[in-house]
Design a protein. Sequence first.
Length: 517
Amino acid sequence: MNKNRFRRVFSQRLGMLVAVAENVKSHCSSPGESTGLNVPSRSIVMVSFMTTIAVSLLALSPSSAVAQSLPTNGQVRAGQASIAQPNGNTMMVNQGSQRAVIDWNTFNVGQGKTVQFNQPNARAQALNRVVGGVPSTIQGSLLANGQVLIQNANGVLFSKGSVVNVGSLLATTKAIDANGFMAGGPLSLSSTGTSAGVVNDGSIQAQGFVVLMGDQVRNTGAISTAKGGQVALAAGDSATVALPNGQGISLTLTNASANALVENSGSILAQDGNVLLTARGKDTLLDTVINLSGVVRAGTVVADAGNTGDLAVTGKIDASDLSAGAVGGTVVLAGDRVGLFGNGSVDVSGDAAGGNVVMGGDSLNRIGGTQAAGMMSGVNFANYTQVDSGASIKADSVHGNGGFVETSGHRLDVAGKVSAAGGGNGQGGQWLIDPTDVTISSLPDSNYGGAVTGGFDGGSNTTANVQNTSINNALNAGTDVTITTAREGLQNPFSARGLFAARATTLQTCCGAGHRF
């Protein structure tokens, strides 16, 4: 066995997928149950979020990490701006042009200190490039009425207790060309050759958008926007970002990072807006991981780990809207291996109609034409998709038709609760189960060894399993269930065992060739 090889397992204690040595054993668990690791916590191989210098800062508690009080040696390189320091606690940047570029030796804000940007309007942009070779630590207040961009190749940390209140914010470790920025077109965020990350442990509030982009991105604090705002957490080596000009932001990762990681254990709120969590990795060891153990609330939520990445959801994704006449939102969970673990939940319920949940694939092109479609370049069909017994997906309607839920994957294990029930005079929605092969059993995880402990690994099994109780519950709640197989020509593509409860709604099954059983 190669001592330098690793595998990925799910840690209940950490609430995330982690890399461990190939020969490390994990605790046994009941089917569909999240598991801790039978190794000391310090032996877990974790992805660093910053460079070595930044890690030394993060090793300190947020309250004890020492940052220089205020930014130093600011030089205006383009546009019009002036820098003033009226007292020892405050720095003012007065911007006269619609765009300005300022180079800083350091860009830190100490506890009790304030940096304030006074800009011509909410769409005015100030690009702050940090060239001194050390990460930026924001412990105090960063205020602006317009858009503030912070670029530091060595990392950006918003510490616990920090307050950011701006029109919009972009913080990145990638290089931003000043000429391209001043021209006003889409921004090209390019590699600097340094692996570093962006971390928010504090409070970020914006009227428009919040974009955090690096090789690794983590939010343990609170990120919120005004109604209709946008939040993007992105991990990759390079990207193209089109900032809004009366329309939404567009972010496309154009190159992959080693050990790309996006993690949200805090809260993200973009009421009636959208949230994008995306990562692209270079290799297959720990190439892409998205861990969502916190809370995400928005009208549209897309979590996209690419065609080789892992997506683990143990927290809450809420795109519901129960206000009078409202329709539920859209949630897309995409990656090579996609899991809704523990008590994780997705809710796209609506008053007038339920929304859409697409997990592991988009077989019926349900997101075509939606806001989600513009946030990603297609939905990869997952190799492994899992919904734990304690997890839930809800696309109900209070007064109208139920929504749509798809759980797809070449290997599929669904033991949780799925509902797309209609309300009032509305009709029930649809749950599409779309694996390569499927087995429905009265036994939990029958013929499937891919519990969380093994990181979805089904071993030699090529058959997916869906518990009949999960289907019964959905049917009895008013949700139609359709089961298809993804490919033609497979032996025994559909197998059902055990009795289903009597119901008024329907269970449909068909194989890839379109035949009805």
